[in-house]
Design a protein around this ligand. Structure first.
Ligand code: CA2
Length: 148
């Protein structure tokens, strides 16, 4: 069994509750249940969300030396946080950056990510499917290239 972690950053606890035109109507908890069922034969999928930068860094450090991959939507910290970038650089597990919305079709300040360069790849604009695609990649990647 593989162990993957999904880490969501600030305000993503509001998914399905506010701004449905941008972020959709599903809550992350409902989506997660379906995702865990879909991957049940191959992986444990753990979920963590925090509105606090330090808590996100603590979680990345906690799981990033032992798990098989991290799917990270750092929310607004994507565009501001050198500390999160340093945390991703420091760990061993591969990280895929995910954004629900197409950040490139939005305000200019969302076009730059401090995290992308230290992640395996980036998925944006595909809604919650982006998390599924990221996990599929991590599953394949692990089979082909066990080390980061
Ligand atoms: O598109 C994404 O996934 C983002 O990471 C979401 C962040 C935003 O700052 C990034 O530029 C792109 C914002 C998360 C806010 O999530 C909400 C969800 C529902 C209602 C309100 C906010």
């Amino acid at each position: 069994m593989k162990e993957f972690h999904i880490i969501n950053g600030p305000n993503l606890n509001l998914l399905g509750k506010r701004e449905p035109s941008i972020y959709g109507t599903a809550t992350f908890e409902d989506f997660l249940q379906a995702l865990q069922a879909q991957f049940a034969d191959i992986a444990h999928i753990e979920y963590f969300q925090s509105n606090h930068e330090g808590a996100l860094i603590d979680k990345i450090q906690e799981v990033g030396f032992s798990c098989d991959g991290i799917v990270l939507n750092a929310g607004g910290y994507t565009h501001t946080s050198i500390a999160l970038r340093d945390a991703i650089s420091a760990i061993i597990s591969p990280v895929v950056e995910v954004h629900i919305s197409n950040v490139y079709a939005r305000e200019e300040f969302r076009h730059h990510s401090y995290l992308s360069a230290v992640c395996k790849g980036v998925i944006a604009g595909m809604g919650l499917h982006g998390y599924t695609f990221a996990l599929q990649y991590l599953h394949l990647h692990h089979k082909l290239l066990p080390a980061k």
